[in-house]
Design a protein around this ligand. Structure first.
Ligand code: PHE
Length: 345
């Protein structure tokens, strides 16, 4: 390629740039022209630059000088048009952000109040020597009922009070069916699982979800959490059960909390109690407890003459609500971050 032709094509390019950039009327058009003339990949300037290699070497310095002039001229035409259109993407060195402005704080997530409560409960019970274990949320009737001394005809097994699952094995589930599966209705299932697998003595807690088909209201929700506790050893007594629950309540709710034990009945404990705390002029039940029933030990092949134990099951939501001053359990599960953010850990 001759120097003459090269210079002519550069002049032609500059003329074209001038006429189009002097009249460009929108930022979108301007951006298209920017790509057309100085685009890094297929821009016209790039294309002309490639031609330079075909110029005889003695003319190359002159070609390079002309090339630089035209490239700078097109760049300043682009800058002028950018200024005229009031901004857009500037190519000059002027910063498009103001670095003196204060920064924007990133929004951090936080733990759900129930998760915070669970962590807190684990810590308190850990100090009392209880190890944390877990059990499955989908259970069989052995762990949810049979081994817990809840016989086949017991109303607690009613399909209206439990979420039985339509498993692949059988579509319509009959609660007396040995193969029936359900969403566990209580964490007491974990008592059985632990005594089946761990050597005695043992002292465990288990925190997790349980499911009951209750209509949601301010104090009921079809899914909630329980903290199960189990202590099996030689000579474990009811007095120890009461001490542990009192210690727990004062650690979690404050030393001025009032706790009450009421005689009650559970198939898997004997004797059994219900545990209440005093709040806003009312006794609020926060769980059940008792001495492990010998029938439970027997179902697991544990000698009830040699071993004794106590168990308790506490409602995690009730504890959480009292501590945080939450009055409606449904608020915990609406996933409204404006509400949940109030309970920062
Ligand atoms: N599982 C019982 C319930 O859900 C609570 C409980 C646990 C009672 C352990 C006694 C012992 O109501």
């Amino acid at each position: 390629m001759s120097l003459q032709n090269f210079i002519e094509s550069l002049d032609g390019l500059l003329d074209e740039a001038k006429s189009s950039l002097d009249t460009v009327a929108s930022n979108e058009q301007l951006e298209a022209l920017r790509v057309k003339f100085v685009g890094a990949k297929n821009g016209a300037i790039k294309a002309v630059q490639k031609l330079m290699g075909a110029i005889e070497s003695e003319h190359r310095p002159a070609a390079g000088k002309k090339f630089n002039e035209v490239r700078d001229a097109i760049q300043s035409l682009l800058d002028t048009a950018t200024d005229r259109l009031g901004g857009g993407t500037k190519t000059s060195n002027e910063p498009s952000v103001d670095p003196t402005l204060p920064g924007v704080r990133p929004v951090l997530g936080q733990l759900h109040p129930i998760t915070q409560t669970i962590e807190h409960l684990k810590e308190i019970m850990g100090r009392l020597g209880f190890n944390v274990t877990e059990g499955p949320e989908i259970e069989d009737t052995w762990h949810n009922f049979v081994a817990l001394n809840i016989p086949e005809d017991h109303p607690a097994r009613d399909p209206l009070d439990n979420f039985y699952l339509a498993t692949a094995k059988k579509q319509a589930q009959n609660p007396s069916d040995r193969d029936a599966m359900l969403l566990r209705s209580q964490t007491s299932t974990v008592q059985i699982r632990v005594m089946e697998t761990q050597p005695l003595p043992l002292r465990i807690i288990s925190l997790g979800r349980v499911y009951r088909p209750d209509a949601p209201d301010a104090t009921h929700f079809p899914m909630f959490h329980q903290m199960e506790g189990l202590w099996v050893d030689k000579n474990v007594t009811m007095a120890q059960l009461k001490s542990v629950l009192r210690l727990f309540a004062t650690s979690y709710l404050g030393s001025d909390v009032r706790v009450r034990f009421r005689p009650s009945f559970f198939p898997f404990t004997e004797p059994s109690v219900e545990v209440d705390y005093w709040w806003n002029g009312n006794w609020i039940e926060f769980g059940g407890a008792g001495m492990v029933d010998p029938n439970v030990f027997q179902a697991l092949g544990i000698d009830s003459e040699k071993w004794s134990g106590f168990a308790f099951g506490l409602g995690v939501e009730r504890l959480c609500m009292r501590r945080f001053g939450i009055v409606d359990i449904r608020d915990l599960y609406r996933s409204d971050v404006r509400f949940l953010r109030q309970f920062a850990s």
